[in-house]
Structure formats: C-alpha cells, structure tokens
Design a protein around this ligand. Sequence first.
Ligand code: FE
Length: 191
Amino acid sequence: MGLERRVFLGLTLAGAGSWGLDQWLVGPPEEAASRLPAKVRISRFDATGRLTGTVELPTIRKTDAQWKASLPVDQYMVTRRGDTELAFAGEYWNFHGDGLYLCVCCGTALFDSKLKFNSGTGWPSFTQPIATANVLESPDHSFGTNRTEVSCRLCGGHLGHLFDDGPPPEHNRFCMNSVALRFVPRENNLT
Ligand code: FE
C-alpha cells in the first residue's frame, strides 16, 4: 500500500511538472517575469560613469497589469511587448549629450555615451553596453528573423537588438529604442 501511494504521488508530481512547463512556454506577458532568475549580479556606476563595483540584487518582477499601470503606453509597448519605435522618431537617435543611458523601467545603467556612434539607422546605437553584466542577449526568432534580442538584466525589459554590422574592431551594433532608455548627464566635477 505504501508503494502504491508513492507511485501515485510520483505520477501526480510528474503531471504537475509537465503542465507547468507548458504554461511557462506559452504564457502571457506576465509569465516572462517568472523566467528571470531570482537574483542577478549587476555592475554599478557613479555619475561620472566610473565602475564602482558589483551588487547582487533580486530581479524586478511585476505582472503585466502592474507594468501597464506604471509605464506610459509607448514605454510599455517596447519594453514589455517587444515593440520597436519608428526610425528617426525617438528622442536619442540624433542626440549627442555626454552621460549615461539607464533602463527606463528600473534605472540600471545600460550604455555610456562614449560608446555611442552614428549608425544612420534612426535608432540610438552603441558599440557595447556599459557592462555586459547589465544586459541579457538572447535569440529572437520572431517574424521569421534570426536576431539577438537585448534586454535589461535586472527587470527583463526589452531594449532592442544586437547586430554584427557595427564599426570595427568588434563590429557590434547595439540598436536600441530611445523610449526604453533614460539619459542622465555625466557629472564631471565629482571630487
Ligand atoms: Fe531594467
């Protein structure tokens, strides 16, 4: 009788596991948050753009309804639904301020203006992120394409895509959506 109980319990758990996997693969937008690890290690920078160290933080998880309520619709559509802003229409494609670009959702430092270049595409473009630890690169096969999606490591917000037609030597072009970023001017006179 004891054996039967254990077998039954095992089958039940296996069934629950399969159901959970299916939900995970085809879930609604809020399920994306559950795919983030519980914690990530993020690089921190001061207002001059200098690396100050790394810190382990719990990832930022909100339901789709919470994100929708906390973001303007254009920011929500890009960062939470993977939309792309129109070329030559965003705030930063032709912006040349000296400073840092933070995640509009969670404030994580993502790009330094010193690594920005004019790609001619109409989207703000960078040769690399301010720290590889702060962004996540993942395959994106949407619309029949074979692209690399770039998102914020801490909150999972969609930022844009990485292409290999950037300037030498790395040839990276981090093609970002202005609306996913928030620029803060560099403070040069910190003592
Ligand atoms: Fe973020």
